[in-house]
Design a protein around this ligand. Structure first.
Ligand code: UDP
Ligand code: MG
Length: 316
């Protein structure tokens, strides 16, 4: 009987400092999982450093190493998608190159799928040690909010690190949207997921690619992609303002009829105009955000462009 295969998908963007450590760890884990054939697919997301050269080097000496290099930086989500597209293992895992997702958890994750009957094993951090406090605070708020306004369940502290069956992976590939938010996509497809908890591990080397600003934009991506609640906010705000205006109208009418004095001061007028203007802009803004997503989605652009690979690709 031939061995079952595990494919590890690793997105890399400017990871020259940490890749040698990762490769070492990969060899160790592959040895531990000797009953399986393990392959690793490095997806170079348009790195500007020596990442691609390093990966080419690994691939030359080790036939378990596959790689794929983008023509420019397309983002981690695109890298994951590309890796999945080429992963043909019976089990597929995705993990970061910086060893924040310890490959040593893989045997435990495999056990959950094979013996305990789960379709995927995912990881979540129970601590956020080593992270700026402000970032942790906003991250927690984000998960709370997201779970309130979206029917897709998103686990607090969930990492993208996950092992899944081929069936689970195929379900994810069916979600071929352009605006990709993995945490939401994983929740959306359903199936049984086991959550494995572990303490936050700090990056082995190199630097994080996520600034606070980038994370904020990413969280908006999540909200817009998996909830339509902001659209409802616009309608509710409109309704409240209408009601308030109606009550205000009656008050002024009664006041004028009883006491005369129709001309009240202009400051109150200015405030009202500003308030209404603000609310209108906010609502148009919300509409605009959804519209921009629709716009990008309808263009139907490819999610990534491959520049170089050592795997077979179908010409599209
Ligand atoms: N990454 C990527 N493309 C990007 C940004 C990041 O492929 O545009 C990869 C990166 O190489 C790493 C993973 O995504 O393997 C997570 O990035 P990072 O460690 O910087 O994020 P953090 O762990 O700080 O959230
Ligand atoms: Mg990291």
């Amino acid at each position: 009987m031939s061995k079952e295969k595990i494919s590890l998908v690793v997105p890399c963007y400017n990871e020259e400092e940490v890749l040698p450590y990762f490769y070492e760890e990969f060899q160790r884990v592959a040895e531990e999982l000797e009953d399986y054939s393990v392959e690793v697919i490095f997806v170079d997301d348009g790195s500007k450093d020596k990442t691609l050269e390093l990966v080419r080097g690994f691939a030359k000496e080790d036939e378990r190493v596959k790689y794929l290099s983008f023509s420019r930086n397309f983002g981690k989500e695109a890298a994951i998608y590309a890796g999945f597209e080429h992963a043909d293992g019976d089990y597929v895992a995705m993990l970061d190159a910086d060893l924040q997702d310890p490959p040593s958890l893989l045997p435990e994750m495999l056990y959950a799928i094979k013996e305990e009957g789960y379709d995927s094993a995912a990881t979540r951090r129970v601590t956020r040690k080593g992270e700026p406090p402000l970032r942790s605070f906003f991250a927690r708020r984000f998960y709370k909010l997201m779970n309130k306004i979206s029917s897709t369940e998103i686990m607090d502290g969930a990492r993208d690190y996950r092992l899944m069956t081929r069936q689970f992976k195929n379900a994810i590939m069916q979600m071929s949207e352009y605006n990709r938010f993995s945490k939401g996509i994983f929740g959306w497809v359903g199936f049984k997921t086991k959550w494995i908890e572990y303490e936050n591990v700090e990056r082995k080397a190199g630097e994080t690619k996520w600034s606070f600003w980038k994370l904020l934009l990413y969280s908006l991506e999540g909200i817009i992609g998996f909830s339509t609640a902001p659209l409802a906010i616009a309608s509710v705000l409109g309704l409240i303002v209408c009601l308030a205006a109606f009550i205000f109208l009656i008050v002024i009418l009664v006041k004028t009829l009883c006491f005369g004095d129709p001309v009240a001061g202009w400051p109150s007028m200015t405030c009202i105009i500003l308030l209404l203007g603000g609310i209108q802009l906010l609502c148009v803004g919300i509409l605009g955000m959804y519209l921009s997503k629709i716009y990008l989605e309808t263009k139907n652009r490819p999610i990534y462009i491959c520049g170089e690979t050592n795997m077979e690709t179908e010409e599209k």
